[in-house]
Ligand binder design. Structure first.
Ligand SMILES: [Zn+2]
Length: 295
């Protein structure tokens, strides 16, 4: 791909100059095979200059020269509440298109968030009803899917089933997907809702089927190394049975608002500033996850 080949060239030319300023360089830490940008909960909408503000921050993410983007869902502000009109849904997706256009030369692998599907539609036959339309607007193959990059495997989940879960069919698919991998294939799982989290006690939001997922990940402990999530707008990390669980705040912070009496700073949700994460994925399955607060 265009971006990748430029990156590879830049990497070959890197030398010691770039090592000293990693934010400007496409170079990676020694042994790292992939540099990935994780943005989540963009909650984009047309008013309050949100698209311009979001794109300004996106440019900061791009300075890291990631190999590709993971977008954790709640891409648009909200189409899921009662009474959201067709026009409102469309204008939010148009704002996303503006944002996405700025990274058109990157692959962006997205999750479906709870705020993304439009449910209050006059007819279920409408082409904009529910998840299929979100799949189309995000340019993803299906609500859940997997792919390979470098020597890593990536699994993108859809937790928008009863009580925040995968549902029977997707759980079966996930079991098969992990079974089909060669022993020791390092694997990253991205979900919108956290699978295991600290902040669930504060604000809820965790996968209801987290015990089943924990068992499955333990069965495949040679593979599953890291789980990414959003939804909380809070920065939290857990480590259990050899799996890192990174809940990487949100790009929108306090949904692009200034905050409330509980916000520790402007646009913070509780103590978490808006931001994004850069991950380095190593050949041996190690991972680093760094959260960059904004602005
Ligand atoms: Zn959410």
């Amino acid at each position: 791909m265009k971006r990748r080949s430029f990156f590879e060239k830049a990497g070959m030319l890197a030398g010691s100059v770039l090592v000293s300023s990693p934010i400007l360089a496409g170079n990676k830490a020694s042994g790292s095979v992939l540099k990935v940008a994780h943005i989540t909960d963009v909650h984009i909408r047309p008013e309050e200059n949100v698209p311009v503000r979001a794109i300004e921050w996106l440019e900061k993410v791009k300075q890291h020269q990631p190999d590709f983007f993971l977008n954790g869902g709640d891409t648009i502000n909200d189409a899921a509440y009662q009474g959201v009109s067709r026009a409102r849904t469309l204008e939010q997706w148009q704002a996303w298109d503006q944002f996405r256009e700025k990274i058109s030369d990157y692959d962006v692998f997205s999750c479906i968030g709870n705020h993304d599907p439009w449910w209050d539609v006059p007819s279920k036959e409408d082409e904009m009803y529910g998840k299929p339309y979100v799949v189309k607007r995000l340019g993803i193959p299906s609500p859940y899917y997997s792919f390979d990059k470098g020597n890593w495997h990536f699994i993108i989940l859809d937790g928008n089933h009863e009580g925040i879960s995968l549902g029977v069919e997707q759980m079966k698919w996930l079991e098969n997907d992990l079974d089909s991998l060669a022993h020791g294939t390092p694997t990253l799982v991205m979900s919108h809702f956290p699978i295991t989290s600290i902040t669930n006690d504060l604000v809820g939001g965790q996968h209801k089927d987290h015990k089943e997922l924990k068992d499955l990940f333990f069965k495949h402990k040679d593979k599953v190394k890291v789980c990414l999530s959003g939804h909380q707008h809070l920065l939290d990390r857990a480590w259990y049975n050899g799996v890192h669980y990174f809940c990487n705040g949100s790009l929108s912070g306090f949904w692009w608002g200034d905050g409330d009496e509980q916000s520790a700073g402007k646009q913070y949700y509780l103590e978490t500033p808006p931001g994004y994460a850069i991950l380095e994925l190593f050949e041996n399955g190690d991972v680093t996850n760094t959260y960059y607060p904004l602005p």
